[in-house]
Design a protein around this ligand. Structure first.
Ligand code: ZN
Length: 344
């Protein structure tokens, strides 16, 4: 299906493009559509772990490096707010290395998702932020910011660190042992959330450093993707399962990107209980914004005007007025969904 970009831009949504969406040079595309755009996004590092910009740190898919550089230079010249997508723990290149993999309690290693308990990986992410921040962009949208699910991670490092906190031997640590004791379970949540927040601090510090080094008029923003899905208990369940602390995200980056129903095919209809539950679950953004934070709604695989309008209507009910969409689902979507809500 040929997409009508102009129609989409008229909806005042930020589209996070992949270069292969565009099918022409960045220059031709932006000169055709610039007058309809206030904001636009481009993927910088995707779940393969490769970048489309010429990174010195990460592996590079060099098919689109010229496209990327032309894109960010032109959006800047045309005064269009520019964001770049960056996958963080969802990194298929690093996740081939057993040292970094997230591991289930049964010992199944995931080859698409990094264990968030990795200071070296936070440093790696910080390097990517600095590289991206050297371009004249306004914001980095960080995807894959948390744990795979509640029952992760049981890699050697996580076992070794957490087991003594609950009087267990690292080798014998299993999720049921933790979950059966409310005190242990609370510790599990706090400990994991702390790791996720520490990782975000590294990224935010890098953004601050690069903002100072490049003498920007506005500091580089870091938007943190949070997954909000009924399968994982909307915002409250998600905070425990993935390791989010919305108030802390507010303190650290002040910018949250709510990935709506990533594991569920359709958004609930207005007027249903599911819809009201979702709206209620987004109340945390009110407090978040009161403290000066920015909240945006995001969804994968949006390809029709009706889907755009559905998200806008939800935003109206939830008091959120910034929208970002991607035409695609991530390339590793089915694996990711299976590991998040399946039976790993
Ligand atoms: Zn781990």
């Amino acid at each position: 299906m040929k997409l009508n970009f102009r129609e989409f831009f008229m909806q005042k949504m930020t589209i996070l493009f992949r270069p292969d969406d565009v099918e022409m040079t960045a220059k031709d595309f932006l000169s055709t559509y610039a007058s309809y755009m206030r904001e636009v996004g481009i993927v910088g590092k995707d779940p393969s772990g490769k970048t489309i910009y010429p990174s010195r740190t990460a592996p590079v898919d060099d098919k689109y490096t010229q496209f990327f550089e032309q894109w960010v230079a032109l959006t800047n010249a045309l005064s269009i707010d520019s964001s770049v997508g960056m996958d963080f723990y969802t990194d298929g290149w690093f996740a081939r290395d057993p040292k970094y993999q997230s591991v289930s309690q049964k010992g199944t290693a995931l080859t698409h998702q990094i264990c968030p308990n990795r200071e070296e990986f936070w440093q790696y992410g910080a390097e990517i932020v600095k590289e991206l921040g050297a371009y004249p962009i306004d914001e980095i949208l960080v995807f894959g910011t948390g744990y795979v699910r509640e029952e992760f991670c049981f890699c050697d490092r996580c076992r070794k660190e957490f087991a003594p906190m609950v009087d267990q031997e690292p080798k014998r640590l299993v999720y049921d042992y933790i979950a059966d004791n409310p005190e242990y379970l609370a510790k599990w949540h706090v400990w994991r959330t702390d790791k996720v927040m520490q990782g975000l601090r590294y990224l935010q510090d890098a953004a601050r450093d690069v903002s100072e080094a490049t003498h920007r008029s506005k500091p580089l923003r870091i938007a943190v993707e949070v997954l909000i899905d009924p399968e994982s208990g909307l915002s409250e369940g998600g905070s425990k399962k993935y390791g989010y602390d919305y108030a802390k995200i507010g303190e650290i980056t002040g910018n949250v990107l709510i990935n709506l129903f990533p594991w569920s095919p359709t958004l609930p209809r207005r007027g249903t209980k599911e819809y009201n539950d979702l709206v209620e679950s987004l109340y945390f953004t009110t407090e978040f914004k009161r403290r000066g934070g920015r909240a945006s709604l995001f969804r994968w695989g949006v390809r029709t005007l009706e889907q755009f309008q559905e998200i806008k209507a939800l935003g109206k009910d939830a008091g959120i007025d910034r929208f970002v969409v991607s035409f695609h689902y991530p390339a590793d979507y089915s694996t990711r969904r299976e590991s998040a809500i399946g039976n790993y």
